[in-house]
Design a protein around this ligand. Structure first.
Ligand code: GLU
Ligand code: ZN
Length: 464
């Protein structure tokens, strides 16, 4: 079956030369949402023609990342490293048409030429050194042992024009585009080339990708024209920066998706934050991917840099954690729960603490409160407890002895015995039992720690 001409086909086309980061995740998400909002297809292509930089473990990793994010791709994965024959055919076509020529310049020669142009205040581009070599000159360079790349002969006059979904009308003078490499010295297809060919051959209609590729687009459009291929519509997404405007590669933003997953970030929280990075939206609250897809609109993509704010992400994460089912919350905390904890106690512990943590590692102090030693209080807590005095805690200990873990009865008894109420009553008790001024509800937490542990904590203060 072939796609109807109006079906939107998007793709995510990572190069497996490292782990995916938040910027990659946003690109994948936006392409996924754009396809899904209209019942289209979202493809996955692995851009691994650069054998030196591509690693199979990164390919495996990025597939796992996409699955974890909830962005499954449609159909077969296209692996560029297996498509040499397709590219060879396209090279031959360009060669026959005289649109490419071998370039024998060494990386050093190219580098020197670049520097010279920059020093002269000109934008660096390929100087055309090998553009008009005759057969004899080519042979002699080959005989020197030089391994040629293949360059595309950019037309000398004219312009490349296109409309970018984010940046609007774009006009590039061909005179400003140097002849560029389409085939590396090792015979492999260069990025511009395999990228535009595969978009056309897999029927991709729309490409959303990072702004860093905007200046590559005219070259890709020239190639598409030379190969008589239909190029997709492009939208170049604004850069993501840190909250202070510095590059995202610093601090939090430098974390890979694997690291975020391992520290317990939930995909729905990440997706909700990424949805709003460089894409304005009226949509409020934590939304499902379906709802995000419905609301996604390329006319809402913004040009200004998008700020990634860990604080904002935490808001989504907190909300996402609240919504976990008891089973999912247990699964989420599991890596941090002691393996010897009885299943029933684990369930109760999860129910009591779920609303109070953003990441599973944050359960550690509550594990100590429930099943171990109470952590030492901060200065405020120490002051509050000493102001309450030993008689207060003696009354509290007596109340536990009389009422077990019935929190309501205990507080009633302490109020009657001491005349304290409100925060005067609850704050010192909370500090005594948990070492902290805030935290989960005390009634179920007290049940979890049990009367003997609570009694010990109170008696210690009663004797002080
Ligand atoms: N492999 C390229 C990258 O990861 C793909 C660019 C594109 O989406 O066209 O930057
Ligand atoms: Zn050259």
């Amino acid at each position: 079956m072939t796609d109807a001409p109006t079906t939107t086909v998007t793709r995510f086309a990572p190069s497996p030369s490292g782990e995916l980061h938040l910027g990659n995740a946003r690109t994948a998400l936006f392409n996924y949402l754009l396809a899904k909002r209209s019942g289209g297809r979202f493809l996955l292509r692995i851009e691994d023609t650069d054998a030196e930089r591509s690693k199979p473990e990164y390919t495996a990793q990025l597939k796992a990342d996409l699955q974890w994010l909830g962005l499954p791709w449609d159909g077969e994965i296209v692996e560029q490293s297996r498509r040499g024959a397709v590219y060879a055919e396209a090279f031959a076509k360009l060669e026959q048409a005289g649109r490419v020529y071998p370039c024998y310049c060494t990386p050093l020669e190219i580098e020197v030429s670049r520097k010279t142009q920059l020093a002269a205040g000109r934008p660096p581009r390929y100087a055309g050194t090998c553009r008009n070599l005759d057969a004899h000159q080519r042979a002699s360079r080959l005989a020197e042992g030089r391994k040629p790349t293949l360059r595309f002969r950019v037309p000398e006059g004219g312009r490349v024009e296109f409309v970018d979904l984010v940046h609007g009308e774009q006009v590039f003078d061909c005179a400003d585009i140097g002849d560029f490499i389409v085939q590396r010295a090792d015979g492999s297809a260069a990025f511009f080339f395999s990228n535009v060919i595969d978009d056309a051959l897999t029927g991709v209609t729309t490409v959303l990708r990072g702004e860093d590729h905007l200046s590559n687009t005219p070259r890709q459009l020239l190639l598409a024209m030379a190969l008589e291929l239909k190029a997709p519509t492009y939208g170049h997404l604004s850069l993501i920066t840190s909250a202070d405007g510095s590059p995202l590669s610093k601090r939090f933003g430098a974390k890979s998706l694997r690291q975020l997953r391992e520290s317990g970030y939930l995909p729905i929280a990440l997706n909700n934050h990424l949805f709003r990075l460089g894409h304005s939206s009226e949509l409020h609250g934590l939304q499902s991917l379906e709802a995000l897809a419905t609301a996604f609109d390329t006319s809402h993509l913004v040009r200004s840099p998008a700020r990634f704010d860990p604080v904002q992400l935490e808001v989504w994460q907190r909300d996402a954690v609240h919504r976990l089912s008891p089973d999912a919350a247990l699964e989420w905390m599991k890596p941090h729960l002691p393996s010897s904890l009885a299943p029933e106690a684990a369930r109760e512990f999860v129910a009591v603490t779920q609303a109070n943590v953003v990441l599973p590692a944050e359960i550690e102090p509550w594990l100590a409160v429930a099943f171990g030693e109470v952590p030492p209080p901060d200065a405020e807590g120490a002051a509050l407890m000493s102001a309450a005095g030993p008689e207060f805690f003696a009354a509290a200990a007596a109340a536990v002895r009389a009422n077990g873990t019935d929190w309501k009865a205990i507080t009633q008894a302490v109020r009657d015995a001491t005349g304290r109420k409100g925060p005067e009553l609850f704050k010192p008790l909370r500090y005594a039992l948990t070492g902290q001024g805030h935290g989960p509800e005390l009634a179920p937490l007290l049940k979890l720690m049990g009367a003997p542990r609570a009694l010990q904590r109170l008696e210690r203060l009663a004797a002080a």
